[in-house]
Design a protein around this ligand. Structure first.
Ligand code: SIN
Length: 274
């Protein structure tokens, strides 16, 4: 099979063809895949056939797997979670339905996931797309005044699976996990800066008045959510996507709850953002 990298947008995302991710991958090809992941933020492999074992094995090529922390007993494998609206006695349906606002996985922990990998098992005929935002590109076009006001600032990230799994309701339970991280973070591999705050999981910028924090965050969200920085992925069965939570946000569009959607998710452990 010919290894090929096909960009998905000008700066963000790449489809990689010619690789069966369930089979052993040579060191040379793996190096190219990792480099593409760092440069493009999102990598896509089509027409894959994976089990829990082969997906977790492939994900381990990118780092240590992150055990699921937010939901107890999500899946018999400690690092796997099913993002699905399909009810099944033997597994928990997590993030089952509805639109999900932009976010970065696990940003409410001290060490958020570096990467997230989804494998599409069932997809609805329409809707349930995943949107990816290139937060490096968004950072690069920020108005100097906004950038200066947020540079070196930290924000509190909170997420409540119980109350607001898909949109922010401003009433996060006191037990909801939370952690403060830089508003702009630096990618440990590329050294590039990104806007790290996000609409779903950022509570406020620490040390600013409520109004200033709200206005600054809105100014950042508007840039992140601008269509020129977004890749919209329409899922096909067999798609495997790995994105880099350190520089890319993701969101989900709504879909008919009567259609089945099932994605098998694994995350890669990450470092403390700086
Ligand atoms: C997620 O945030 O991990 C879920 C994304 C999706 O369902 O498309």
């Amino acid at each position: 099979m010919d290894f090929k990298v096909i960009p998905l947008t000008e700066d963000l995302g790449a489809e990689i063809s010619g690789v069966d991710v369930s089979a052993p991958i040579s060191a040379e090809v793996l190096k190219c895949i990792k480099q593409t992941w760092f440069e493009r933020g999102v990598i896509l492999f089509r027409k894959q056939v994976l089990t829990v074992e082969s997906q977790t094995k492939f994900a381990e090529c990118f780092g240590e797997l992150q055990k699921v922390r937010t939901v107890a007993d999500a899946h018999p494998h400690p690092a796997v979670m099913m993002v699905t609206n399909v009810k099944n006695e033997s597994m928990k349906a997590i993030l089952p339905e509805g639109e999900m606002q932009f976010h970065s996985d696990q940003c409410y922990y001290e060490r958020p996931a570096a990467g997230t990998m989804l494998y599409a098992i069932e997809v609805p005929p329409t809707g349930g797309d995943t949107l990816f935002s290139d937060c490096r590109a968004a950072y690069s076009v920020l108005e100097p005044a906004v950038r200066t006001k947020c540079e070196n600032e930290r924000a509190l990230f909170v997420y409540d699976y119980g109350n607001n799994p898909t949109s922010k309701d401003n009433v996060s339970g006191s037990a909801a996990p939370r952690y403060a991280h830089p508003v702009f973070r630096t990618h440990p591999e590329t050294g590039r800066k990104s806007i790290y705050v996000n609409r779903l999981m950022t509570d406020h910028i620490i040390g600013k008045s409520e109004t200033e924090s709200r206005n600054l965050l809105e100014a950042l969200y508007v840039v992140q959510e601008s269509s020129r920085f977004i890749y919209r992925h329409k899922w096909q069965v067999g798609d495997v996507i790995l994105w880099d939570n350190r520089c890319v946000l993701h969101a989900r569009t709504d879909f008919d709850p009567n259609s089945r959607r099932m994605l098998q998710r694994v995350t890669i452990a990450g470092d403390r953002p700086y």
